[in-house]
Design a protein around this ligand. Structure first.
Ligand code: NAD
Ligand code: AHE
Ligand code: ZN
Length: 378
């Protein structure tokens, strides 16, 4: 198949707010600096549905969504040296070139080598997509990954090589949500022993924050969710307290300050939903003097955050994280190794598995509140 276009199954997002169409597409061969991957397993992340719902200012249609996956290299383009056909890999929406200002800086993972192209849904070599329909209509890439396809083409800088004995239907989750939650705790907040933590939103990302906070030695972990069914999972993952904002008349930030160990707020708070009002609440219940609030959730186009500047003057700080601050190509293999050593809860995030053909059902599951991650296989 190397060097030739491949016809395969993919899920086409023709336009916002329409179900995906599972159809045959053509995937062109990888050009210089590109890798064609056979996707073995792909999960759905809230960000895929956010984009399909038309909330992403960078959203382009028609496109092929998907960014949490694992697969096997089918062929490589000219000049590619870091992977070869047969290698097992995780596509990384956050690239790592190792060479740009951001890759070289110890404080950032926001590689710029291909970001402007992935944002436009095209590949860097010729600024065109590698996907098209059988009758030649181009289909945009998404987040530089487009994993809702049996085959995809990504930039070499976006490919993390992993061991062949890692189960692809589990480690696919390390391509986004779980890694993001873990990294938000370890890299962005650097949660310390004995700290108090509040996590807003008990989806896969919020649970990964809870898991990592417990591991980092946080002694109080407040899980906040409007869905009462989330309490059991939150506690299983390590939350010490579950708070449903609907059970309280007072603003949730006030409730949490009153519940906090010192009565002055919570050391580290994490917003894992994508709602600007909740981001405000998370900042405002952070501890007076030193509390940090980390924005993980992605808000819809046009939304803005606000608070009284006094909240910052009195020592709270507001931060955000993309892919948990991990330098992807470099560190995703370490996360896979951590999983293979057996001391993570990664398997427990896979609550559903379906055949790729049932991808629209998987989107419904994601909205139902009963699904953390649904893994699709071909
Ligand atoms: P999810 O939909 O599975 O989880 C969200 C949770 O929030 C649900 O349990 C829901 O009941 C709860 N919720 C909704 N409104 C609430 C409210 N007002 N108060 C309290 N709880 C509320 O989503 P997910 O896949 O875990 O993703 C979470 C967010 O993180 C999304 O916005 C996603 O786009 C974003 N994300 C960001 C990054 C990053 O790199 N920054 C990476 C992955 C995901
Ligand atoms: N494209 C959007 C925002 C979407 C967004 O912020 N994405 C997160 C990852 S979500 C993964 O599920 C991210 O890492 N952003 C940094 C980046 O470079 O995309 C917009 O507002 O334009
Ligand atoms: Zn994601």
């Amino acid at each position: 198949t190397a060097g030739k276009p491949i016809e395969c199954k993919a899920a086409i997002a023709w336009e916002a707010n329409k179900p995906l169409e599972v159809a045959t597409v053509v995937v062109d061969p990888p050009q210089a600096g590109e890798v064609r991957i056979k996707i073995v397993a792909t999960a759905l992340c809230h960000t895929d549905s956010y984009t399909l719902d038309g909330h992403d200012p960078e959203g382009l249609f028609p496109c092929i969504l998907g960014h949490e996956a694992a697969g096997v290299v089918e062929s490589v383009g000219e000049g590619v040296t870091s992977v070869e056909p047969g290698d097992h890999v995780i596509p990384c929406y956050q690239a790592y070139c190792g060479d740009c200002l951001f890759c070289k800086h110890p404080k950032s993972n926001l590689c710029t080598s291909v970001r402007s192209f992935t944002g436009k849904g095209v590949m860097k070599a010729d600024e065109k997509p590698r996907f098209h329909t059988l009758d030649g209509k181009p289909l945009y890439h998404f987040m530089g990954t487009s994993t809702f396809s049996e085959y995809t083409v990504v930039h070499e800088v976006s490919v993390a090589k992993i061991p062949k004995d890692a189960p692809l239907d589990k480690v696919c989750l390390l391509g986004c949500g779980v890694s993001t939650g873990w990294g938000a705790v370890y890299n962005t907040a650097k949660v310390t022993l004995g700290a108090s933590v509040a996590v807003f939103g008990v989806g896969a990302v919020g649970l990964a924050v809870i898991e990592a906070a417990k591991r980092a030695g946080a002694t109080r972990i407040f899980a906040v969710d409007t869905n009462p069914e989330k309490e059991a999972q939150a506690k299983k993952w390590g939350a010490t307290d579950f708070v449903n904002p609907k059970d309280h008349d007072k603003p949730i930030q006030q409730v949490l300050i009153e519940m906090s160990p010192t009565g002055w707020g919570i050391d580290y708070t994490f917003e894992c939903i994508g709602q600007v009002e909740v981001m405000r609440a998370a900042l405002e219940c952070a501890h007076r003097g030193w509390g940090e609030s980390i924005v993980v959730g992605v808000a819809a186009a046009g939304k803005e955050v606000s608070t009284r500047p006094f909240q910052l003057v009195t020592g709270r700080s507001w931060k955000g994280t993309a892919f948990g601050g991990y330098k992807s190509r470099l560190q995703v293999p370490d996360l896979v190794a951590m999983y293979q050593q057996g001391d993570t809860m990664l398997d427990s995030y896979v609550t559903h598995t379906l055949n790729f053909d049932e991808i629209n059902k998987a989107f419904e599951l994601l909205h139902s509140g009963k699904c953390l991650r649904c893994v699709l296989t071909f």
